[in-house]
Structure formats: structure tokens, C-alpha cells
Design a protein around this ligand. Structure first.
Ligand SMILES: Cc1cc2nc3c(=O)[nH]c(=O)nc-3n(C[C@H](O)[C@H](O)[C@H](O)COP(=O)(O)OP(=O)(O)OC[C@H]3O[C@@H](n4cnc5c(N)ncnc54)[C@H](O)[C@@H]3O)c2cc1C
Length: 404
């Protein structure tokens, strides 16, 4: 699928269903809608490359390359979808139009917002400079992900800091994957005892689900990870190789840090709030978490990381959100009752080089395992294999083609 590019001076273009964002949510929804017989699907997406983001953590653990997770957008946009290679700058719900960065005005009947989250570098002064310096990097920032494993695997002694990003974040606790992959490597190579591994956690525990937290706490103890809880990186100094962390006991400075896997904070794009579509408390699209419809405008819907419809957004959550939203867009037109999303989400975390614990829960935190009778939280090689090798194939072949 080749994109329509450039500015537009002609008559106003109209889309039956206009999708903003060509990530996991936007592409899989476009494919599912077309498969469900909805015509006139248009996608506004600026980027030339599509990434399967979960593999970024394996890049940071030396278990994958960027080539394993990147495809040209032209290969993943569905054939009968109109792709406008541009970015949305504003929505005017009163007249059902969006304005784009290249100056288009597009009219829609139904609008779906799925632009994901963006890095909030200003929230952590000094962090961007530390990335430029090469002393900090993280799997969450694709441009820096290839630097993570060479840096971690070269450490033989000293202090290494890891962080989990505060919410809103994109499956935040998976930022622990590179930590455990590095710890396992250091243990196998006999240097772990000489490395002071620090973890800055925004909450008291990693996932907030007792069964998963128990597994992770045991793994922290086994590797000797020192955890700073309910803490955040406030400031970073690349020259001094130090991080200032706010903790419940007051600020603590971590000095002489050899390498910082410091994930930036995230926020929803500002134009969502500027267009009057955000929940003021979070900045995310103000969406009914069950029907996935905007609480402010009937013709607007949202899914994915920017939608605020599940406590921990994830790609796994999108498998359910896409199915519910595609059904609801059709049901709404036909005057049928809407389906409801139960808040299902996933948190997969490697706790060793070849083992993974998988949490699958609904909005209330109740277990909702995909494979009945198997406890996915118990670390297993089979779940690791599926996460690293099985799911990427399911993603490219089925999820992005609207077949799940
Ligand atoms: C490092 C990492 C590891 C992860 N690991 C896992 C995992 O193991 N399991 C799991 O289930 N989930 C995981 N996730 C989460 C998962 O990748 C996300 O939940 C998922 O990608 C969200 O999809 P999305 O479409 O909402 O957002 P994104 O995938 O971020 O896509 C949003 C798209 O919208 C585009 N966009 C932004 N602004 C505009 C605009 N103004 N106009 C048009 N387009 C715009 C962006 O360019 C982007 O392509 C991980 C995420 C990261 C970052």
C-alpha cells in the first residue's frame, strides 16, 4: 500500500472511518474493520516504519535485532485502506474534521484515536543529554535500544540503574525484561556479585498483582537487586554519572553509575487535550473503558495506549479492544447493542534468559488466562519461547491482518 503524500488544496476529503495512528492499534483495527465488511477506512499515520515493540526488550537483552521487529509501513497497511502519510494536529468534533500537520482538513463520519504515547523528556531534566552522551539508554526509546545490550553486557563491576516508567506507560513493567536478562548474563559470566543492581520502581510493587509480584520479588532477591519503591528519577547528570531519585524517605543520589537503563516518562499527545477530548486527570482520551467510545462525542472512539481503558495498556490488551471496537462501530450504525471490553491486559516478564512469567488479568485484576488450566504466572520456558518467537509470527500474520 503506497501512501498519499504532500499538502492538499482541493475539496475536503471525507472518510467513513478515520483512524489516527498506524501502530499496533491502528493497523490491526483497520484490517479488522475491512475484514468485517466496513468500507471507507482511512488511516493517518506519519511514520515510514512499523515496529513490533515487544521485541525491543529482547534487543536490549541481546536476544533480537532491530531488523527482527521492523517492517516498512507500506507492507503492513491493509490493501483496501487509504493511507494518508501525515499526522493529525487537531480535532474539531463540532464539525467532524481533523487538521493535519501538512495542512489538510479531513472530514469523518467515525473517528478512532490511537496515536499511542510520546516521550516526556522535560519530566526528567538531564535525561535526554544522558542519552546523547551514551551513558543512558533504554529499550523503550527505539533509537537507543541497539546500544543497551552492548553497554549492559560490557559491565563487569560498579552500579547499574534500571527504572520502570510511571503510568501512563506502554506495558511499563516489561521494562524489567532487560534487567533480568542482564542479571542472568552477569550471573552466568561470574560477575554478578561485583555489580550493584538498583531498580527504581514508581509503585510499591512491580505489577500490582500479588501472584506476579511474588515471582518478581523472589527473582529480585535471587539476583540481589536493590529496589527503591514508590520512587522516581527526578534529575539526571550525565557529567557526574548520577541520578537523583525521589523516595518516600526523601531524595537519594545514586552516584558513579556505570550505565543507566532509565526509561523516560510518557504522556498522551497534547492535541488530544487541546481538542477538548482528554480526561483532565490523565491527558488520555476520555473514553468509556467498556464500550471504547469517547465520553464527550458519540462519533469518536479510542483504543490503545492513549485511550486509558485498562489500568496497564499492552499489545495483548489490543487483541480484545480491536475485536470489541470493530463490532461496536458496526453495531452503532445498525442500532444494535454495544459489546463491552473487560479490561483484559497482559504483562510478560522474562525472569531468566529462557524463562518468562506472564500475567493475564481483567480490569479488576482477576486472572484471565488464555490457555485454561495452565498457570501462566509460573516462569516457564514454553511461555518464553512463545513470547520471543511465537507471538511475533502471530503479530505479523494474524493480528495486523485483523485475523485475531
Ligand atoms: C519497549 C516496549 C515493550 C513492550 N512489550 C510489550 C509486551 O511484551 N507485551 C505487550 O502486550 N505489550 C508490550 N508493549 C506495549 C505495546 O507495544 C503497546 O501497548 C502497543 O504498541 C500500543 O499500540 P498503540 O497503537 O496504541 O500505540 P503505538 O504502537 O505507540 O502506535 C501509535 C502510532 O501512532 C502514531 N502517531 C502518533 N501521533 C500521531 C498523530 N498525531 N497522527 C497520526 N499518527 C500518530 C505513532 O507514530 C505510532 O506509530 C511494549 C511497549 C514497549 C515500548
Amino acid at each position: 500500500m503506497q501512501p498519499i503524500q504532500g499538502g492538499h488544496g482541493g475539496p475536503m476529503e471525507h472518510a467513513e472511518v478515520l483512524i489516527v495512528g498506524g501502530g499496533n492499534a491502528g493497523i490491526s483495527l483497520a484490517a479488522k474493520l475491512l475484514r468485517d465488511g466496513v468500507a471507507g477506512v482511512t488511516l493517518v499515520a506519519p511514520q515510514p516504519v512499523h515496529r513490533y515493540k515487544p521485541l525491543l526488550n529482547y534487543v536490549g537483552g541481546g536476544e533480537a535485532t532491530m531488523a527482527d521487529l521492523e517492517r516498512p509501513m507500506a507492507d503492513v497497511v491493509p490493501e483496501s485502506c487509504t493511507w494518508i502519510r501525515d499526522a493529525v494536529d487537531a480535532v474539531d468534533p463540532a464539525v467532524s474534521t481533523v487538521r493535519t500537520r501538512l495542512g489538510r482538513t479531513l472530514r469523518y463520519t467515525t473517528l478512532v484515536l490511537c496515536p499511542g504515547l510520546e516521550e516526556d523528556w522535560a519530566a526528567t531534566p538531564g535525561l535526554q543529554e544522558a542519552y546523547a552522551d551514551g551513558w543512558a539508554a533504554a529499550t523503550y526509546v527505539p533509537g537507543s535500544a541497539p546500544r543497551v545490550w552492548p553497554a549492559l553486557s560490557a559491565v563487569r563491576s560498579g552500579t547499574v540503574v534500571f527504572t520502570v516508567p510511571p503510568e501512563p506507560a506502554s506495558c511499563g513493567p516489561t521494562a524489567l525484561k532487560p534487567l533480568f536478562l542482564a542479571c542472568d548474563h552477569w550471573r552466568r559470566t561470574g560477575v554478578l556479585d561485583g555489580i550493584d543492581v538498583r531498580l527504581v520502581l514508581p509503585e510499591r510493587t512491580s505489577v500490582g498483582i500479588p501472584s506476579a509480584d511474588e515471582v518478581l520479588e523472589r527473582a529480585f532477591a535471587e539476583y540481589g537487586v536493590q529496589v527503591l519503591r514508590e520512587s522516581r528519577v527526578e534529575r539526571v547528570d550525565a557529567d557526574l554519572h548520577s541520578l537523583t531519585v525521589s523516595t518516600p524517605a526523601g531524595p537519594q543520589v545514586l552516584e558513579d553509575v556505570v550505565f543507566a537503563h532509565a526509561v523516560p516518562s510518557y504522556r498522551a499527545p497534547a492535541w488530544i487535550a487541546d481538542s477538548g477530548l482528554a480526561d483532565p486527570a490523565t491527558g488520555l482520551v476520555d473514553t468509556d473503558p467498556e464500550t471504547l467510545r469517547s465520553r464527550r462525542h458519540e462519533s469518536i472512539w479510542a483504543i490503545g495506549d492513549a485511550a486509558g481503558v485498562t489500568p496497564r495498556p499492552s499489545g495483548g490488551a489490543l487483541r480484545k479492544q480491536v475485536a470489541v471496537l470493530s463490532a461496536n462501530i458496526t453495531a452503532d450504525r445498525d442500532g444494535e447493542p454495544l459489546q463491552r471490553y473487560d479490561g483484559y491486559t497482559v504483562v510478560p516478564i522474562t525472569v531468566g534468559r529462557r524463562t518468562l512469567t506472564l500475567t493475564e488479568v481483567d480490569r479488576a485484576g482477576r486472572p484471565t488466562p488464555s490457555v485454561p488450566l495452565v498457570d501462566p504466572v509460573k516462569p516457564r520456558r514454553a511461555t518464553w519461547w512463545f513470547d520471543r518467537y511465537g507471538l511475533p509470527q502471530v503479530y505479523w500474520r494474524r493480528i495486523l491482518r485483523g485475523r485475531v
